[in-house]
Design a protein around this ligand. Structure first.
Ligand code: UDP
Length: 470
C-alpha cells in the first residue's frame, strides 16, 4: 500500500482486463478512493474490472486514523516508528482476505511482495499466488546475489567498492549504497519481514515483473535460467494508459490541471525542459531543496520541479526557496507542489531530461518516454537501478549520491546538481544518451504490442494458469 506499488498494480489489473480477463482489485477504503475514477473509466470502456474493499485495521495495529498508505506514514511526524505498525496492520488482512478468496475463487492471486502470507492464504483454496515485487530484473538479480554471496563483508570500509559476484556485467557497489537492513546485519522487524518475503516467493507460483525483455535481457535470463525463478515480464505496464485522462489520473489527484500543464509544455521547444521528481516517498529537507533551486537557476534550464511538502511536517515551514526565486523563474519554470501527472509530462516532446530518485516505476517511465536521466537514488533498491541506467544502459548521469539514506536522502550540493543537469540536457554526450533512450522507447512500445515480448509472455502466463484450472 504505497503509490510505487499500487500504481503499477492497477495498471496490471487494467492489462489483464484489456486482454479479456476479469480482474478484481482488493484494497482498503481510503486507497480505493485514489483509483475509483480509473476503474470507472475502464468499466465504461467495457473492461471487466472491479473493486473489493477490506477494512484496514489501523486502530488494532495502533495507527492513527487515516493511515492506510505509506504516503501518510512517511509524511507523519512519527513516520519511522509507525512503519512497524503499518506492516502489522497489513498482516492482519490475512483473515479477511481468506474469506474473500473462499467466496470469489479466483484463478490466480497477484499479491505484492510485502504480503508474504498471501501465498499460504491462497494455497488454502488451491489458488496460485504470483508475487509482484515492483522491481526490474536487474535489481531482483542484484538483490539475490547480495543475499547469497555477501560480498560487502569482504571490504574494509563502507566506501570501498566490491563487484556483485556472479551478476553479469561487473557491477560495482559500495556498502554505503546498500539498504540499512543489509548493512547493519541486526535482526529487526523489517529484516524478518524480508526473510518471509524470500521464503514466500519460493513457495509461490512465480513472479510477475514490470519490465520488458529487450531492456535487460542478460538479467531476465539470469533470473530465470541461473537463479531458477519462474517469472513473466509484462511491462512497461504504464503503457496501458494511452489517453490524456488515463495518464493524468495515475496515483493521486494531480496538483495541477493536466491541460494547464500541457499548455505550458506546448509553449516550449523540444528537449528544452528538465523534469525533476523524486517519487511518492522521498522527503527532502528544506536545505536540500534550496540546493536544487540554486542549481536550477544556475543551469539556466527550463524546468518542471515537483516538490513533495507536507503540512503536518514541522520542517515544511522551513524556508526552501531562495529570495525572489519564483518571480525570477516565472516563465522558465513550473513548480508543482504535491502530485504531478508524471507520465503525461514525461511523454511530452518538450521534456529533454528527468532528474529521478530511480524508483523502478519512475526509471522505467523515463526510459519508456525516451528521456535520459540524472540519477539521484535515495533508498530502497534505487542504487541498483542507478547502476542499470548509468553503467548498463548508459542513458543517464549520476548526480553523485554516495549513501543510502531512508526518506531524506544523502545531501547533494548545488554545483553537482547543476553539472549533472547540464550534462543530460546539452552537448554531444546528452545527444548520444537521448538516441539510446529513444531506441529503448521504441523497444518498450513494441514489447507491449501484439507479438511483442511482453505481450507474448503475458499470453504464456495466462496459458499456464488456464492449464492448471480444475
Ligand atoms: N508519481 C506521479 N506523480 C508524482 C510522484 C510520483 O505520478 O508527483 C508516480 C510515478 O509516475 C510512479 C510512482 O508515482 O509511477 C512512483 O513510483 P516509483 O517506483 O518511481 O517511486 P516510489 O514512490 O515508490 O519511491
Amino acid at each position: 500500500m504505497a503509490h510505487g506499488h499500487m500504481i503499477p498494480t492497477i495498471d496490471m489489473a487494467k492489462l489483464f482486463a484489456s486482454r479479456g480477463l476479469r480482474a478484481t482489485i482488493i484494497t482498503t477504503p481510503l486507497n480505493s478512493l485514489l483509483f475509483s475514477k480509473t476503474i470507472e473509466r475502464s468499466q465504461d470502456l467495457g473492461m471487466n474490472i472491479d473493486l473489493l474493499i477490506l477494512k484496514f485495521p489501523s486502530k488494532e495495529a495502533g495507527l492513527p486514523e487515516g493511515c492506510e498508505n505509506m504516503d501518510s506514514i512517511t509524511s507523519h511526524a512519527n513516520g519511522e516508528e509507525l512503519i512497524k505498525n503499518f506492516f502489522q496492520a497489513a498482516s492482519l488482512l490475512q483473515e479477511p482476505l481468506e474469506s474473500l478468496l473462499q467466496e470469489c475463487k479466483p484463478d490466480c492471486l497477484v499479491a505484492d511482495m510485502f504480503f508474504p502470507w498471501a501465498t499460504d492464504a491462497a494455497a488454502k483454496f488451491g489458488i496460485p499466488r504470483l508475487v509482484f515485487h515492483g522491481m526490474g530484473f536487474f535489481s531482483l538479480c542484484t538483490q539475490v546475489c547480495l543475499y547469497q554471496y555477501k560480498p560487502y563483508k569482504n571490504v574494509s570500509s563502507d566506501s570501498e567498492s566490491f563487484v556483485v559476484p556472479h551478476l553479469p556485467g561487473e557491477i560495482k557497489l559500495t556498502r554505503k549504497q546498500l539498504p540499512d537492513s543489509i548493512r547493519n546485519e541486526v535482526e529487526t522487524d523489517l529484516t524478518k519481514l524480508m526473510k518471509a518475503v524470500v521464503e514466500s516467493e519460493s513457495k509461490s507460483f512465480g513472479v510477475v515483473v514490470n519490465s520488458f525483455y529487450e531492456l535487460e535481457p542478460a538479467y531476465a535470463d539470469y533470473y530465470r535460467k541461473v537463479l531458477g525463478r519462474r517469472a513473466w515480464h509484462v511491462g512497461p505496464v504504464s503503457l496501458c494508459n494511452r489517453g490524456i485522462e488515463d495518464k493524468a489520473q495515475r496515483g493521486k489527484q494531480a496538483s495541477i490541471d493536466e491541460h494547464e500543464c500541457l499548455k505550458w509544455l506546448d509553449s516550449k521547444k523540444p528537449n528544452s525542459v528538465i523534469y525533476i521528481c523524486f517519487g511518492s516517498v522521498a522527503n527532502f529537507t528544506g536545505s536540500q531543496l534550496m540546493e536544487i533551486a540554486m542549481a536550477l537557476e544556475a543551469s539556466r534550464q527550463q524546468f518542471i520541479w515537483v516538490v513533495r511538502r507536507d503540512k503536518n511536517n514541522k520542517e515544511d515551514e522551513e524556508k526552501w526557496l531562495p529570495e525572489g526565486f519564483e518571480q525570477r523563474i516565472e516563465d522558465k519554470g513550473l513548480i508543482i507542489r504535491g502530485w504531478a501527472p508524471q507520465v503525461l509530462i514525461l511523454d511530452h516532446e518538450a521534456v529533454g531530461g528527468f532528474v529521478s530518485h530511480c524508483g523502478w516505476n519512475s526509471t522505467l517511465e523515463g526510459i519508456t518516454s525516451g528521456k535520459p536521466l540524472v540519477t539521484w537514488p535515495v533508498s530502497a533498491e534505487q542504487f541498483y537501478n542507478e547502476k542499470l541506467v548509468t553503467d548498463v544502459l548508459k542513458v543517464g548521469i549520476g548526480v553523485g549520491v554516495k549513501e543510502w539514506v531512508r526518506l531524506q536522502g544523502d545531501f547533494v550540493e548545488s554545483k553537482d546538481i547543476e553539472k549533472a543537469i547540464s550534462r543530460v540536457m546539452e552537448g554531444e554526450e546528452a545527444e548520444k544518451m537521448r538516441i539510446r533512450s529513444k531506441k529503448l522507447r521504441e523497444m518498450a512500445r513494441q514489447a507491449v504490442e501484439e507479438g511483442g515480448s511482453s505481450y507474448s509472455d503475458f499470453n504464456a502466463l495466462v496459458e499456464e494458469l488456464r492449464w492448471r484450472r480444475p
